[in-house]
Design a protein around this ligand. Sequence first.
Ligand SMILES: NC(=O)c1ccc[n+]([C@@H]2O[C@H](COP(=O)([O-])OP(=O)(O)OC[C@H]3O[C@@H](n4cnc5c(N)ncnc54)[C@H](O)[C@@H]3O)[C@@H](O)[C@H]2O)c1
Length: 275
Amino acid sequence: MQNSKFDLAGKTALITGAGGLLGMEHAAALLECGARVVLTDISMAVLEAARDKLKASPAQVELHCMDVSRPEQVSGVAQALQAAGIRVDILVNNAAIDPKVKGGEGMVESSRLENFPLDQWNQQVAVGLTGAFLCSQVFGTGMAQDGKGGVILNIASDLSVFSPDQRLYRKPGLPDDMQPVKPVTYSVIKTGLLGLTRYLATYWADRGVRTNALSPGGVFNGQDEDFVQRLSALIPLGRMAQRDEYRSAVQFLCSDASSYMNGQNIVIDGGRSAW
Ligand SMILES: NC(=O)c1ccc[n+]([C@@H]2O[C@H](COP(=O)([O-])OP(=O)(O)OC[C@H]3O[C@@H](n4cnc5c(N)ncnc54)[C@H](O)[C@@H]3O)[C@@H](O)[C@H]2O)c1
């Protein structure tokens, strides 16, 4: 990567929800370009497991417990990094609560709009949307203030550009009003992230802070075969994504390779939104 626009040597990238499926992929992608990564998540055990899997040199990886919905934890991590002389150059807002659509007891009715519990709405919005705002406020302000700029990448979803096809989640034998659905929160949060992306992109453009969004399609992770077949039938490429298929987009969006890109959303969905 040396001397390439993708080179991130000397840069530090903070990733939220870094212990999850895609968070680790983002970390691997950025490490590959030479960045140091600050992995953050709600549990140290999860972070340590992620670090072990990444097999990076200890100097390249920092771990911090950080609940993105808790302002004091976000500023606490910012202060700890500052005290250690670490400047966050890249922020990847990746953390989210992804409500898995299951047809289990009690889950079915509660996912539906008519019954969706307010506490779940509040909790999911607090992590997926307010969390991205809080992290951008703290780490983005740091990038904007010292004149060196930086990059914010918001991880949205293909559901930021279209509505969930609820037929994907149907369970045989259940009446229509008991069928599980992808909850309303997911659409609202992911669409909201695009608004945040555009707002930040213009707000700090004169400070050299670029903000973009990446909207991945569904990643294959052992979901049940029926679901995978139904979803694959909606995707021109005929399959779900492999977990590492967003890495090069993350490298592009977080580096100077995308230096003239700001306020945009890259949708990588196997062509689903083109159909
Ligand atoms: N996996 C997919 O198919 C897919 C598709 C499109 C978009 N996405 C998006 O990609 C991102 C990562 O998804 P994933 O599949 O890796 O999910 P995941 O559930 O595997 O990981 C999410 C991580 O966020 C962490 N988290 C939860 N609450 C948190 C909080 N309050 N503060 C900090 N961290 C918290 C979890 O501990 C977890 O490690 C999400 O924004 C998701 O919506 C995923």
